[in-house]
Ligand binder design. Structure first.
Ligand code: ZN
Length: 133
C-alpha cells in the first residue's frame, strides 16, 4: 500500500486531462478524513502540514482494490481551501465549484475509458504474489 494508486491509471487520467485542457496536478499527498464534515481552523491547519489535498473518500476503496489486484485511481477535484485560509467556504460556493468540476470529470472519464489497455503492465495485477498460503 506504499503507493495506493495504480501508476498506469494515474498516467492515463493525467495525460487525458492534459489533452483536454483540464487543469491537473500530477503529484500530491491525499489525506482522507472521516466525513461528511467541514474542518475547524485548527484541524485544517494540522491537515495542511501533512497533505496537499483533503478528502473523505478513497478508503477503503484503495485497500480493497489492492487486495483484489484491481487497478485503482482517483480523480480528486478541489472545491475549496478549507478553513485554514481564514474563512470557510459557503455551501453555495462549494456547489458551484462542484458543478464545474463534475463537467471536467465527465470529459476526462469519457475520453479515458476508451484508452484503458486490455493488458495491464502495472504492479496491481501482482499485488498478492507470494502472499497466497
Ligand atoms: Zn494497475
Amino acid at each position: 500500500m506504499a503507493e495506493p494508486f495504480c501508476p498506469e491509471m494515474r498516467k492515463l487520467l493525467t495525460d487525458t486531462a492534459k489533452s483536454l485542457g483540464v487543469p491537473v496536478h500530477e503529484k500530491g499527498t491525499y489525506l482522507r478524513i472521516e466525513g461528511p464534515q467541514f474542518s475547524t481552523k485548527a484541524a485544517s491547519s494540522m491537515y495542511k502540514q501533512f497533505a496537499d489535498l483533503i478528502g473523505m473518500t478513497g478508503v477503503p476503496e484503495a485497500i480493497l482494490s489492492r487486495e483484489k489486484e484491481m487497478c485503482f485511481a482517483i480523480i480528486a477535484t478541489v472545491t475549496d481551501y478549507d478553513s485554514w485560509i481564514g474563512r470557510g467556504a459557503s455551501f453555495e460556493e462549494i456547489k458551484g465549484v462542484m458543478a464545474r468540476n463534475l463537467e471536467n470529470t465527465r470529459k476526462v472519464l469519457q475520453a479515458a475509458v476508451e484508452k484503458v489497455p486490455k493488458e495491464r503492465d502495472c504492479i496491481c495485477k501482482d499485488a498478492l504474489r507470494g502472499a497466497e498460503a
